[in-house]
Design a binder for this molecule. Structure first.
Ligand SMILES: Cc1ncc(COP(=O)(O)O)c(C=O)c1O
Length: 400
């Protein structure tokens, strides 16, 4: 049978057989550290709400006030009649925070990547992307219809060879992440910036997981390396396009780019996901603005996040779990097969902990994992409990 319906049924059955079928968990309630599913309260180790700002009363209040003033939906795309003072204020703040000239807000991080990458490069150019780039980056690359070469993860020698081979012939966009979303390690940004400068290429940096988390002021992975523009950096503003999300440490929803004024003017004309989609609701822009102010004014949140991260990382390593070389609050426990990942997630679930199993195509085959994320709001008692539960579950499944 070749009907679409038969294809769907076969495809679902194949996923089930390989332990790759995904299911929704419908939550009754959620915060950075606790969720409730079907009446059962669970300790969450699965949120990107790294600083707990999604539930902060000031952030909620900002959204409520803006809802009263602007209503729920933006009513139109930004270029028609959907561009409010809430968007404008947020964009000004984001540009200042990232120490760049200007910024443009999209309705999600995914939309930012699928709109920006094709706007930046066409079929006459070339994209060089890190092998572990997020799906939204790869989808952006596909939409660009530009030839794509993948370089080995964080392998600067491999990237250099590809740049040497191709840059004389065509414009090149190098695509990578500041903090890799599934491994938690960092891209070597100083070397990347040097390489793109040397070969006249452009770097597209997705700092979804770096913003609010990395660097002394949370400005992101560039600040972590003291390579943001406030730190006497030498890179030209046009050599770098940075994107981020409002959905992770900022705790709201939406995506953005920051760069030169020229880049932003171009983006709002050329990024199709910006031009042809209804604007982010003004209330979310207002909430994100408040969250960004809190993120800047309350460094203690980031300090707590990092103290929690250091504790959990040390304990998991001491237990003998295999962790990739993470340098962030993303702590992946690699267990290889999808079945092992699911069983470990189930063992934790039985003990009242929610940590999802991550399987292909999100991660490469044989690198299935439990992706734990730690937040500023986790208490030491909660983290101690997680360590004990992982020890028990790991021993029960003979992973330790
Ligand atoms: C690295 C990376 N880029 C982009 C996105 C997409 O962001 P959003 O969830 O805001 O659409 C995500 C998160 O899902 C991500 O992890």
């Amino acid at each position: 049978m070749h009907t679409l319906h038969a294809h769907i049924t076969r495809s679902l059955a194949a996923r089930e057989a390989q332990h790759l079928r995904r299911h929704l968990h419908t939550l009754d309630r959620s915060s950075a550290t606790t969720i409730s599913v079907a009446g059962q309260s669970l300790l969450s180790m699965a949120s990107n709400n790294y600083l707990g700002l999604a539930n902060h009363p000031d952030v909620v209040h900002a959204a409520q006030q803006a809802l009263l003033e602007w209503g729920v939906g933006a009513g139109a795309s930004r270029l028609i009649s959907g561009s409010s003072t809430c968007h404008h204020r947020l964009e000004t703040a984001l540009a200042q925070f990232k120490r760049m000239e200007a910024s443009l807000v999209f309705s999600s991080g995914y939309m930012t990547n699928v709109g920006m990458i094709p706007a930046l490069i066409d079929r006459h150019g070339l994209i060089l992307a890190d092998r572990l780039c997020h799906a939204s980056l790869l989808d952006g690359c596909r939409l660009a219809k530009t030839p794509l070469r993948v370089f080995h993860h964080n392998d600067m020698d491999h990237l250099r060879r590809l740049l040497a081979k191709y840059t004389a012939k065509r414009p090149v966009l190098v695509v990578t992440e500041g903090v890799f979303s599934m491994d938690g390690d960092l891209a070597p940004l100083p070397e990347l910036l040097e390489l793109v400068a040397q070969y006249d290429a452009t770097l597209y940096l997705d700092d979804a997981h770096g913003t609010g988390v990395m660097g002394p002021h949370g400005r992101g992975t560039l600040e972590h390396y003291q390579a943001d523009r406030g730190n006497a950096s030498t890179w030209a503003q046009d050599a770098l396009v940075q994107m981020g999300t409002l959905s992770k440490a900022i705790g709201v929803s939406g995506g953005y780019i920051v760069g030169s004024r020229n880049l932003i003017e171009y983006a709002l004309n050329a990024a199709r996901s910006f031009v042809y989609s209804t604007a982010l609701p003004p209330a979310l822009a207002a909430a994100a603005y408040t969250a960004l102010s809190l993120l800047e004014m309350e460094p203690a949140r980031r300090a707590r996040l990092w103290a929690n991260r250091e504790y959990l990382f040390a304990e998991l390593t001491a237990l003998g779990f295999h962790l990739p070389p993470t340098q962030s609050p993303i702590l992946p426990i690699v267990v290889h097969t999808p079945e092992q990942a699911i069983r470990l997630a189930q063992e934790l679930f039985k003990r009242g902990i929610f940590a999802p199993a991550i399987r292909p195509p999100t991660v490469p085959k044989h690198q299935c994992r439990l992706r734990l994320t730690v937040t500023a709001d986790h208490t030491s008692e909660q983290l101690q409990y997680v360590v004990q539960a992982l020890k028990d579950a790991g021993e029960a499944l003979r992973l330790l």
